[in-house]
Design a protein around this ligand. Sequence first.
Ligand code: NAD
Length: 352
Amino acid sequence: MNNFNYKALPWNIVFGVGSLQHLPSKLDDLGYNCALVLSTSQQADQGRMISELLDNRAAGLFSEAAMHVPMETVYKAEAEAKKVNADCTVSIGGGSTTGLSKALALRMGLPNIVIPTSYAGSEMTDIWGMTENGRKVTGRDDHVVPTLTIYDPELTLSMPAAFTGASGLNALAQAVVNVASADANPIVMMMALEAVRALSKGLQKLNNNPNDIEARSAALYGACLAGGSLGTGATSLHHRLCHTFGGTFNTPHAETHTILLPHCVAYNSAATKDGTRRLAEALDVENAGLGIFELAKTLGVVTALKDIGITESDLDRAAAIATEVPVKNPEPVSTKRVRKLLENAFYGLPPQ
Ligand code: NAD
């Protein structure tokens, strides 16, 4: 057994089909009665539904949450929270809306009740992010971890098919890197392996029937545990590469994570033999990297960097930026080997 460190986060979770109905009584239990409801404009109807459910506990609706938590949105939401004298936020949506609730928790100390509707997993981490002048600043703080998270799988039935696949594989990535990882942490590993099992089974079933509520529950449960692995575990080369592409080339979050994942698993497989074997078992495949690549194909999720706006001439720059500062990774990282990995990912070839 390796030595390890494990720091728990203050999670408070209600999970189950129909659990949204507990929201008003949970708010009462927590002693809040003046909630600012948060959503994106695309989910404003769901925001209104939450306001109605909360009845006189809802003070207002702010439906302008946006990708990457722009500062101007944070300022507007803050002003609204002050205007209505909010004593908490109740957010409904994906990672972007949860991100706004975290920004308000950090800056104003507003308790946040989060109702996730995608598989982003942000509600299980202490990671916050805000974007100003095109630069995303991130940090970690226990205060941004939701006061309460309500997972109701029924709310994920409306996810479009392509979003289900990409968001689900993005969640899978959060878990996978903590199975085949440099500092295998047995507690995080347990969570991550269960996440991989639940997500891979759930997502494959959803591919055949997106309305299968048991499969929706499995995928959301998997996403919860995957987010937990991200919140309490380690990151490695995969994370560095995703940041490089997102930050420098503005590629979409979930797709970038999905495309690079099988290649990073293959890259680390010799250095993380035991983890990679356990990963393959959890995925119920022979070869973990290839299994993830094929799962992405089955789910119809994009598997090539060239299909998300990257050109071949970007690869040298990406490999150089990603390896500029040393990265903690089970397998030693060199610019040359990373360039080769990126070339495979660029063409959408099976991982090597
Ligand atoms: P998102 O929140 O931007 O949602 C994408 C779109 O889908 C939005 O328009 C949203 O309203 C809509 N949507 C969400 N759920 C829906 C549903 N059930 N039905 C119909 N439409 C729905 O995207 P995301 O993938 O959920 O989150 C990505 C963001 O989360 C990224 O910015 C990422 O950086 C962040 N994130 C943060 C952490 C963290 O720990 N801080 C972890 C994971 C992701």
